[in-house]
Design a protein around this ligand. Structure first.
Ligand code: NAP
Length: 289
């Protein structure tokens, strides 16, 4: 029988909490830490140990998973744990941090002699809860097997790429698509309302056809109902569209992403940053700017 690794999950927000719960549920020894400690407490019932101190959380861990908001948060937390890691402990970095921050984190890992896996995920609250995320992973081949006990539990599929950093690039490509479709849905539903057309008729008309997509039906319904419970909070979507624009630089004209950034910025400024990114609809139709 192969020994299951001990895993430290740092960050138990919308994504990290169900991921840690599933790892504990699968029989792995899980230690968890979250800046706001109460958010991790429910993991005790799932068999995980919750630590108040982040350095303590990584002691004894074979694998450290970071699932934090952004690059600065991950860098800050890694600085706090790097002196407490077990020799040879593997760092699987699953937060969305973009191109430049991934390079900074790779450099920090190298400096501390920590093997690093660039592994952002595709999927939101529900797939994280169901253990059906798609893991986009990039690391030297000799590390792949060590990641399997984590990836097999949190995800239904792993897409392996070669160079660390490549997975974070792919994640931005996917998010540029996700963000664009959300804004497009908001505009079409907004246009329907402006023209006096029932927006539900738009979703119904395209349903099942070539231009339909489950995401349109999901986010479109949320926009029509005016209810935006967060799967992917608008403030994190704003962070991601900024990462997309930064990565694209002057190599490609991302006019759509610029429009999405402006709409999301207005959504967040108006106080809706903790709502789902579908709340971008508020900026498109309600003139938040
Ligand atoms: P979330 O619910 O907002 O959780 C963010 C986590 O980061 C919380 O644990 C938060 O701690 C922690 N954090 C923020 N700033 C920190 C700092 N300076 N120091 C230490 N901890 C800090 O977000 P999430 O949805 O779980 O997302 C986590 C990551 O996954 C993000 O990079 C996001 O872009 C990415 N992601 C999200 C989704 C999604 O649909 N939600 C999908 C794919 C990828 P507190 O609880 O104390 O605030």
């Amino acid at each position: 029988m192969t020994m299951q690794p001990t895993v430290a999950v740092l960050g138990t927000g919308i994504m990290g909490l169900p991921m840690a719960a599933n790892l504990a549920g699968a029989g792995l020894t899980v230690g968890a830490w979250n800046r706001t400690a109460e958010k991790a407490e429910s993991l005790v019932e799932r068999g995980a140990t919750v630590h108040a101190d982040v350095a303590e959380a990584v002691q004894g861990a074979d694998i450290v998973v970071t699932m934090l908001a952004d690059g600065p948060a991950v860098a800050d937390v890694f600085e706090k744990i790097s002196g407490s890691l077990e020799p040879g402990a593997l760092w699987i970095q699953m937060s969305t941090v973009g191109v430049e921050w991934t390079q900074k984190l790779i450099a920090a890992a190298e400096k501390s002699g920590t093997p690093f896996v660039d592994a952002p995920v595709m999927g939101s609250r529900q797939p994280a809860t169901q253990g059906t995320l798609v893991v986009l992973a990039a690391a030297p081949e000799d590390l792949h097997d060590r990641c399997a006990p984590v990836f097999d539990v949190v995800g239904s599929r792993t897409v392996w790429l070669d160079e660390p950093g490549a997975a974070s690039k792919l994640k931005l490509v996917i998010n540029s698509w996700t963000l664009a479709t959300t804004t497009a849905a908001a505009e079409s539903i907004g246009l329907a309302r402006a023209l006096g057309v029932d927006p539900a008729a738009f979703l119904q008309a395209v349903s099942g056809g070539g231009v339909d997509m489950p995401y349109l039906q999901l986010k479109g319904k949320s926009m029509i109902d005016g209810e935006f419970p967060a799967s992917f909070p608008a403030h994190l979507a704003l962070k991601d569209v900024a990462l997309v624009l930064e990565a694209g630089g002057d190599k490609v004209d991302l006019a759509g992403a610029r429009a999405t950034r402006d709409h999301l910025a207005h959504t967040v400024e108006a106080g809706y940053g903790d709502e789902d990114m579908a709340a971008v609809y508020r900026a498109v139709v309600k003139g938040l700017h």
